[in-house]
Ligand binder design. Structure first.
Ligand code: HEC
Length: 419
C-alpha cells in the first residue's frame, strides 16, 4: 500500500483507538473508585451505599443498589461499546502497522519466518490466548483465584518468551498486549455482558438471578482490572528500545507487569486499609532496578575488554584502512567520520533520508534524516540508542548491519562524534 496512505490510516485508527481506550479504562477506573469509596454506613433500605461528589461545577449524588431498584429504570446505561471499539481499532492498527509491513516490523531479524507465516502466527496467538485463558478460568482453578492468577501470569510470561523468539522485540511486545486486550474484551463480551443481561432479565421477571454467571463475571472483571496497567505500558512500549530491544525483553516486561500489578493492588485496597502501602516503594525500587539492569553501563560492566577511550588513538586515515581489512577490532582504534558515514549510508539511508528509497516510507521514519554530516552528528545520541546500545535499528535488520559496524559507530560517538 502507498506509504502516505498507510501513515494516514495509522493516524486515524490510532487516534480513535486512544480515544475509545481512554473512555473504556476511564469508565472502568471510575467504577472501581466508586465501589471503593461508597459510604456504606447506615444505607437506605435496599441500598448498599451512596456517595457524594463534585465535578465540573455540579454536585452529584450516586446510590448503589444491593440488587436492583423496585422497578427497572427506563434508561439504564451500559458500558460496552468503548471496550468493543478499543479492540476493533486495536486489531486494525495491528494490521496497518505490523501486518502490512510484517517483514520490517514483525519478523525477528534472522528468524527465517516468512511475513505470511508471522502474520498467521500473530493472529493465531490472539485466538489461542483467549481460548486457553477462558478454559483455565472455567476449570476447577476458577475456585482458587490466587493460584489461577499466578498461573495466568506465568502463562503470559511464557507467551512473551515464545513470541520474542520469533518476532522482533516490538512485535513480541505488541502481541502480548494484543493477547491481553483480546482477553479483556472477550471477558466483557462473552462473560460480563451476558451476566449483566441475565441479572436484568431475572429482576424484570421477578425471580432470583442465577448466581453462577455473576460470580464468573466478577472474576473476569478482577482480571481486567489487574491487566489494565501492564497493557497500557505495552501500548507505549515502542518508545522504549531498552525494554523491547533487550535480549531479555520478555523478562523485563514480566518485571514491569509485576510492579504495575502491585501498584494496582494498592489502589484497589487503600480505601479499606493501608496494608499494601509497601507495594508502592517496592514498585519504585523495582523500576529503578530495571532501569539499572537495562542500562548500557550495566552491560558494559560484564565485558572484559578495556574501554575504547583508553586505547591508543590511531590516525583517522589509517583507521579507515585498518577497519576495512581488520573489521574485528574497530572498537579499539580511532574512528573517522568517513567510516561512520559509509556505514550509515549503506545501512540506514534507504529509510532515513529526505527521500527514502524503501517502498514502505514516503518520508523519513520518525523524522530522522541521516543524509548530511550535520544531521548525523545532531542525531548521534539517538543513533547510539537505537543501533548500538540496542539493536532495534535498522528495523528488522533489513540492511544487515553487522556487530562490528555497531561498535564502530559506538566508538565514534564515545570519541566525541567529530566530523
Ligand atoms: C527499514 C527501514 C529502516 C532502516 C533501514 C533504519 N531505520 Fe531507523 N527507523 C525506522 C522506522 C520505521 C522508525 C520509526 C519507528 C517507530 O515507529 O517508532 C525509525 C526510527 C529511528 C530513530 C528514532 C527513534 C526515536 O524514536 O528516537 C532513529 C534514531 C533511527 N531510526 C536510527 C536508525 C539508524 C541509525 C539506522 C541505521 C543503522 C536505521 N535507523 C535504519 C526505519 C528504519
Amino acid at each position: 500500500m502507498d506509504p502516505h496512505m498507510t501513515e494516514w490510516l495509522n493516524l486515524a485508527i490510532r487516534w480513535v483507538h486512544m480515544i475509545v481506550g481512554i473512555a473504556w479504562i476511564g469508565a472502568s477506573f471510575y467504577f472501581v473508585w466508586l465501589e471503593n469509596n461508597l459510604n456504606r454506613v447506615n444505607p437506605k433500605t435496599g441500598l448498599s451505599g451512596d456517595l457524594w461528589a463534585i465535578h465540573g461545577g455540579g454536585i452529584y449524588h450516586l446510590e448503589k443498589y444491593k440488587l436492583a431498584p423496585p422497578s427497572m429504570p427506563e434508561n439504564l446505561h451500559w458500558f460496552k461499546w468503548e471496550a468493543y471499539f478499543t479492540w476493533i481499532t486495536g486489531v486494525l492498527l495491528l494490521g496497518v502497522v505490523y501486518y502490512l509491513n510484517a517483514d520490517i516490523y514483525l519478523v525477528a531479524p534472522g528468524s527465517g519466518l516468512s511475513a505470511t507465516a508471522s502474520v498467521a502466527l500473530g493472529v493465531g496467538s490472539l485466538a489461542a490466548g483467549w481460548i486457553i485463558y477462558s478454559l483455565l478460568c472455567d476449570s476447577a482453578l476458577g475456585k482458587k483465584p490466587m493460584l489461577l492468577g499466578i498461573i495466568l501470569f506465568f502463562g503470559l510470561v511464557a507467551a512473551a518468551y515464545g513470541l520474542s523468539q520469533v518476532f522482533s522485540g516490538r512485535g513480541a511486545y505488541i502481541h502480548v498486549g494484543a493477547i491481553i486486550g483480546t482477553i479483556m474484551v472477550g471477558n466483557v463480551f462473552f462473560v460480563i455482558m451476558p451476566a449483566q443481561r441475565g441479572l436484568v432479565k431475572a429482576i424484570e421477571e421477578n425471580r432470583e438471578p442465577d448466581p453462577v454467571l455473576p460470580a464468573k463475571g466478577l472474576l473476569r472483571s478482577r482480571h481486567n482490572n489487574y491487566l489494565t496497567l501492564p497493557v497500557l505500558f505495552i501500548m507505549i512500549s515502542n518508545h522504549f528500545p531498552s525494554t523491547y530491544g533487550s535480549e531479555y525483553n520478555w523478562l523485563i516486561l514480566a518485571g514491569l507487569a509485576v510492579f504495575s500489578i502491585l501498584v494496582r493492588h494498592y489502589f484497589n485496597t487503600r480505601h479499606g486499609s493501608q496494608k499494601f502501602a509497601w507495594t508502592m516503594p517496592v514498585a519504585a525500587l523495582g523500576m529503578i532496578a530495571l532501569a539499572f539492569v537495562t542500562s548500557p553501563y550495566a552491560s558494559k560492566m560484564g565485558e572484559t575488554s578495556a574501554p575504547a577511550a583508553s586505547a591508543p588513538a590511531v590516525k583517522a586515515e589509517s583507521a579507515t584502512a585498518q577497519a576495512e581489512t581488520d573489521s574485528a577490532q574497530p572498537a579499539s582504534s580511532g574512528v573517522s567520520f568517513a567510516q561512520v558515514n559509509e556505514v550509515i549510508q549503506i545501512r540506514c539511508s534507504v529509510c532515513h533520508s529526505a527521500q527514502p528509497t524503501h517502498a514502505a516510507f514516503s518520508t523519513a521514519p520518525a523524522g530522522v534524516i541521516l543524509d548530511t554530516p550535520e544531521e548525523i552528528k545532531v542525531n548521534a545520541p539517538r543513533i547510539v540508542a537505537q543501533s548500538v546500545q540496542t539493536k532495534v535499528m535498522p528495523l528488522g535488520n533489513l540492511t544487515q548491519m553487522t556487530d562490528d559496524e555497531r561498535k564502530l559507530i559506538g566508538t565514534w560517538v564515545e570519541q566525541g562524534a567529530h566530523l
